[in-house]
Design a binder for this molecule. Structure first.
Ligand SMILES: *[C@@H]1O[C@H](CO)[C@@H](O)[C@H](O)[C@H]1NC(C)=O
Ligand SMILES: *[C@@H]1O[C@H](CO)[C@@H](O)[C@H](O)[C@H]1NC(C)=O
Length: 438
């Protein structure tokens, strides 16, 4: 566990060093009017939750719009129409969102704990973006276009005065009349590629200049979801059939595309798989199915030697219809969303640790953990909700208390643990005391 955490830390540090993007500072002025109006909504007193906090919609003066919960860290409100997707950069510094308001916005994760949430705006000319994905170096992102039904690349950079800016780059040619359901960007030591997945059983693999390298037929009857793994090697898909298929996109050392090769299959669900999610280093994958279960898989296998992924856990959830799933970076928690409800599970015990209702006024469109594991982000309407991870803090306190009982002989260690426990308790108290509402 320590080794995993340390190597994860090293990877994140490395990525942070690689990331050239500067501080996000410029403020968008579009919606001041609306903001003012919303600020007038006075804070209601809110009860502090002790352990399990089952958040209910507090029907305040603005009716069903207001959502308050002790774990709500921030609500990001600059979009003027429904947000369709969000993505965290792998260095954990930025959150990107795209909406029907024809804009893409970049938010600074560091600001989540502040009162003000600034963002940098990029315009999607003559169209709007339905999906957004950061490039691994965090200097660019790709979007899928609603009307254009293809990929548009955006670059992030700085203006002469140092302010961050977003500029549109290349549009890929349109290659399918089917709607794009998701996009992905993969990059490994040998090469980079872009993926587009369609509602039928098609997936296109492109080079980064917009040339198609390969076309896959997933044989799912229809695709529900497809994604590129964070390690940048795999493309995976799920659909009507009860399996998840994983392919390796292979380039040679010289950077030339070689082939797309079948790598793994996650087999075990008894009905259609709605969605899946990789953890940050692709060692674990979580799936959610119509059969009423979620599954956690060990995907760190020698697939070249035909080793299959191991099933680690099967948990049940309240199946109400098509659901989304998100796995945390360390694979210790996962979140499932359906309509405007959200549940957080412990992947070791299968226990439901948190549940939230009426998180958004529209069905949740996307749920994701930030790479540091501090936050869980959701969207569905014009707002982004940022929730605190107190589950993690509580788990940390428990861990340290157990350690303290074991090491009663070392006084120095005991004192250090006592200090850390107190600090973590303070953090927890601060989060729970600091109720935020709209
Ligand atoms: C890169 O290419 C080499 C040889 O061409 C191959 O052995 C290696 O597996 C490739 N790496 C990836 C990540 O595809
Ligand atoms: C919360 O943090 C803990 C570690 O601090 C981690 O194990 C867990 O996966 C995180 N959960 C979420 C909800 O991000």
């Amino acid at each position: 566990m320590v080794v995993v955490t340390m190597s994860l830390g090293a990877v994140i540090l490395l990525l942070m060093l690689m990331c050239g993007l500067g501080r996000v500072t410029s403020k968008d002025d579009q919606q001041e009017g609306k903001e003012e109006e919303e600020k007038k909504t006075k804070k209601e007193p809110q009860q502090q939750s002790k352990k399990k906090s089952h958040g209910k919609n507090q029907r305040g003066p603005r009716g069903p719009k207001s959502f308050s919960h002790p774990l709500l860290a921030a609500t990001l409100k600059e979009h003027s129409d429904n947000i369709l997707d969000l993505d965290f950069s792998i260095n954990g510094k930025y959150l990107a969102s795209c909406a029907e308001d024809r804009t893409v916005r970049l938010w600074s994760v560091k600001d989540f704990k502040e009162k003000e949430h600034k963002c940098v705006r990029g315009n999607v000319e003559y169209d709007h973006a339905t999906r957004v994905k950061f490039s691994p170096d965090c200097k660019a992102f790709i979007t899928s276009l609603a009307i254009g039904n293809t990929v548009r690349v955006f670059k992030t950079g700085k203006k002469d005065d140092g302010a961050a800016q977003i500029s549109a780059g290349l549009d890929f040619p349109k290659k399918s009349s089917q709607d794009i359901i998701n996009i992905g960007l993969g990059s490994n030591s040998n090469g980079s590629f872009v993926m587009t997945a369609y509602r039928d059983t098609t997936i296109h693999i492109w080079d980064t200049k917009g040339e198609i390298l390969a076309t896959l037929d997933t044989h799912h009857m229809n695709n529900n979801y497809a994604a590129v793994s964070p390690c940048g090697r795999f493309v995976a898909s799920c659909g009507f059939t009860p399996d998840v298929k994983v392919w390796a996109v292979v380039f040679n050392k010289g950077g030339e595309f070689v082939e797309v090769r079948r790598a793994m299959e996650l087999k075990g669900h008894k009905a259609s798989v709605y969605y899946f999610s990789f953890n940050i280093d692709t060692t674990r994958t979580a799936t959610v199915s119509k059969d009423g279960t979620w599954k956690l898989w060990d995907t760190e296998v020698e697939y070249n030697k035909n080793q299959d992924p191991y099933l680690l856990y099967t948990g049940s959830y309240t199946h109400l219809g098509p659901s989304l799933i998100a796995l945390s970076a360390d694979a210790n928690s996962l979140a499932i969303a359906h309509s405007n409800r959200l549940w957080v599970f412990n992947t070791k015990s299968g226990e439901e640790e948190e549940s939230f209702e009426d998180v958004h006024t529209q069905p949740i469109a996307k749920v994701a953990f930030d790479p540091s594991g501090r936050y869980l982000a959701t969207t569905g309407d014009r707002h982004l909700r940022i929730l605190h991870n107190v589950t993690g803090l509580r788990a940390n306190i428990l861990d340290m208390e157990t350690k303290m009982k074991k090491h009663t002989t070392s006084k120095a260690l005991k004192e250090r643990l006592e200090h850390q426990i107190q600090e973590t308790r303070n953090k927890l108290a601060e989060i729970l005391g600091e109720t935020k509402e709209e």
